[in-house]
Design a protein around this ligand. Structure first.
Ligand code: ZN
Length: 744
């Protein structure tokens, strides 16, 4: 059943011969020897550990070779296929934006605009790569920002009463320059009427990734040291920096004065209290609980210490009136915030606001001025603070985040082949058919709810490849227009970051009185990811994910269906998970479920909560930490539904075509010992082959709604009857428990 190492050698041998065989002429029993087939087979075999019983631990069976072979790069917190593919895409982006490069577009609608775009990309990249210039400006850009805060919010240790006006002006300023503080206004789709936008007020302002970290003394100690050192560094004291020699050194010793030691202690104590009043993450993800329409007067009543009217007025574009209604994500938090502000000294709040600016902006300074932040990051991610990633990687990330769609136009031209788009679209349509057929067979779904589910499934819209609106990535002119108000200066890295923040915030608020644009893709084309948007009832697949191990046009179907097929099924299932099912076919947060069916849904969902809540991950302290079954519920439902629906879709096609005349289900060289069904599941698991530093794993568990990679594999296959049959797992084997959770 399992391929041996000898097959691996054979596979590589054939790769050298590069035997081309057109896949379409091959039947289900023929072995494909095209270079793509050889490559696909070889990479599957390389990742496996065939000595493991797949029914004992499927992740170890599929990924054992990967685990043994791959090392986490020194500058990364994990390694896995999402990262490996993203690295490939990043190299493409680098080849576009490097000074000497001359990338070509397949089609240009406006030569002048195209030239401007390329220059803008190169300028942004160059500003980031110019470490000499960044060292030359030193700490000054952040010092200037701190001065603004102190001007807006003057306070001394003698002050007792909070200056409401000063605080509000400062919060408005932070909001405008896109920095996160304890309360920020934003713009989002109105979940009850998803054609329009509404202003919202959300909570935030924690410097550590989640509230749990404030209970971890080891972390809060590192955090306090970081705050103190950064304060001191921004005074220009505590450290002698020689621009020429020490700008790339990570050996930074900061002598902190007692004044800033005290200030740091105050800030961390304040944040501990802020964490104490923060809303639980699971509650913040609940769409009904976060939808609280309030007038400004009502918001004022919750937190009288802040002049909300002043903030709204100063961040809205002039053309806009003050909105009648603002969505408050957590009114309870705003009320508790009042209590906290009342008992906090103005000086502490000033220090906290200053720290917010440092925390959010100092990452763009030269190395010695951000080293304490990197030491904090080391404690949170496990990546050593002595390791500095290659500068180009940082700078490509900056290009992706600031001019993602502009760079994406070149990425598409370089790496995206049109036929993959057609093929993936066809797959999604087949998946939709399977779902539609499955609904009437689910005995826990009553007739009325089945009808609603069918209606919603039919209405799901798919976007594949790249955004065609706001901006249209296919048009140089449109991309140029879209980014035209964002000015890039090749000599001002810090300024570019700040201008992007302001541009982004203004763009959001300008959308407020415009209808929601359903053609916009909220990910750049080179992104290795996919998403479902409940308010748009839309599934989206950027070009970046349409490549191995997820997909290749020349792969046999069972490989593609195990890969991108499950990803597509996962995104579709999000429309029906614990959050998505609360939205109707038009993307409205509106209940279309009967009470009894809701009850049945919740009961079935509880099965997943219990199952995943029993899975554990090792922390850096060697202790086992349990996965949060509630936080990860939606993703787990999506994984399980996606796996089942994709398997059923592929299997129906496969069974309908035993000779392989219509669909490509030929065999892969070196993998003849495995059935197509078995390879489907291996193809599902492979993208989750990964290794992660324990610190990073803990952070993921506390903040990320996705389960750890190993459990995305083993959790889903434990619930799959198709898996147990494919591998002939005995009853009660670890991967074939009696109790199976299922929903879709
Ligand atoms: Zn998901």
């Amino acid at each position: 059943m399992a391929p041996s190492k000898i097959y691996l050698l054979m596979a590589i041998g054939m790769a050298l011969q590069v035997v081309h065989a057109a896949p379409s002429t091959l039947g289900n029993n023929d072995v494909c020897t095209s270079s793509q087939c050889v490559q696909t087979a070889a990479s599957i075999i390389r990742d496996m550990n065939p000595t493991v019983d797949p029914c004992e631990d499927f992740s170890a069976y599929t990924c054992g070779g990967f685990w043994e072979r791959e090392e986490i790069p020194a500058d990364k917190e994990s390694i896995g296929y999402f990262r490996i593919v993203a690295d490939q895409n990043n190299r493409v982006i680098r080849s576009i934006v490097s000074p000497e490069s001359d990338p070509q577009l397949e089609a240009i609608d406006d030569k002048i605009a195209a030239g401007r775009n390329l220059q803008k990309l190169k300028d942004l990249y160059a500003s980031c790569m110019d470490e000499e210039q960044i060292a030359k400006v030193g700490r000054q850009p952040v010092v200037d920002q701190l001065k603004t805060i102190l001007d807006l919010f003057p306070a001394t240790t003698a002050d007792i009463t909070l200056d409401r006006m000063a605080l509000s002006t400062t919060l408005a300023h932070l909001n405008r320059i896109g920095l996160d503080s304890f309360s920020s206004f934003g713009v989002s789709t109105d979940v009850k009427d998803p054609t329009r936008h509404l202003m919202d007020l959300s909570e935030g302002g924690l410097g550590l990734p989640s509230k749990e970290y404030y209970l971890d003394e080891r972390i809060t100690t590192v955090y306090q040291t970081t705050v103190a050192q950064m304060f001191e560094l921004m005074q220009g004291k505590g450290l002698e920096i020689n621009n020429g020699t020490s700008s790339t050194s990570t050996k930074v010793e900061v002598v902190v004065s007692s004044e800033w030691e005290e200030a740091a202690k105050d800030v961390v104590e304040f944040e501990k209290l802020l964490a104490g009043i923060a809303t639980e993450r699971t509650e913040r993800r609940d769409p009904e609980k976060s939808y609280n329409p309030r007038t400004l007067d009502q918001i004022r009543a919750m937190t009288p210490s802040i002049d909300w009217h002043l903030i709204v007025q100063s961040i809205l574009p002039e053309k806009n009136d003050i909105p009648d209604i603002i969505i408050v994500n957590s009114p309870g938090f705003q009320e508790r915030l009042e209590g906290l502000l009342q008992k906090t000294s103005p000086k502490t709040i000033q220090n906290y606001l200053s720290w917010t600016v440092i925390r959010e902006l100092a990452g763009s300074l030269n190395l010695p001025y951000r080293q304490p932040l990197r030491i904090l990051n080391a404690a949170l991610s496990g990546v050593s603070a002595d390791v500095v990633p290659d500068r180009w990687k940082t700078c490509v990330a900056v290009v992706n985040s600031q001019l993602g769609d502009m760079a994406g136009q070149y990425f598409i031209s370089d790496s995206f082949k049109g036929n993959s788009r057609t093929q993936v679209r066809d797959m999604i349509e087949s998946l939709r058919e399977t779902y539609l057929k499955s609904f009437p067979n689910l005995n826990w779904l009553d007739d009325a709810t089945t009808e609603g589910a069918i209606k919603k499934m039919k209405a799901i819209v798919q976007l594949t490849g790249f955004s065609t609106n706001s901006p249209n990535v296919g048009s140089s002119k449109n991309v140029d227009d879209y980014y035209q108000d964002y000015k890039v200066d090749p000599k001002d890295y810090f300024g570019n970051q700040l201008r992007m923040n302001v541009w982004g915030t203004e763009r959001y608020f300008n959308e407020l009185d415009k209808p929601v644009n359903k053609k916009k893709m909220h990910m750049s084309p080179q992104t290795v990811n996919a998403y479902y948007s409940p308010t748009e009832n839309q599934i989206v697949f950027p070009a970046g994910i349409l490549q191995p191990p997820f997909f290749h046009t020349e792969n046999p179907e069972y490989i593609n269906w195990g890969g991108i097929g499950v990803v597509a099924g996962h995104e579709i299932t999000h429309g029906f998970d614990n959050k998505g099912h609360q939205f109707d076919a038009l993307g409205r947060l509106a209940n279309w479920w009967s009470n009894s069916t809701t009850e049945a849904f919740n009961k079935k969902a509880q099965c997943f909560i219990d199952q995943y809540g029993n899975f554990t991950v090792k922390g850096s302290d060697g202790k086992d930490y349990n996965v949060n079954g509630q936080l990860t519920l939606g993703e787990n439902i999506a994984d399980n539904g996606g796996l089942k629906q994709s398997f059923d879709t592929w299997k129906a096609r496969y069974n309908s075509d035993p000779a392989g005349r219509r669909y490509n289900n030929f065999r892969l060289p070196g993998l003849e010992g495995l059935t197509a069904e078995q390879l489907f599941f291996i193809s599902y698991a492979r993208p989750w082959c990964s290794k992660q530093r324990p610190e990073s794993a803990i952070r993921q568990m506390r903040t990320d709604p996705h389960s750890p990679a190993k459990w995305r594999i083993n959790g889903a296959v434990q619930n799959s009857v198709g898996f147990a049959e494919a591998f002939k797992c005995k009853a009660k084997a670890p991967m074939n428990p009696d109790k199976k959770c299922d929903l879709w």
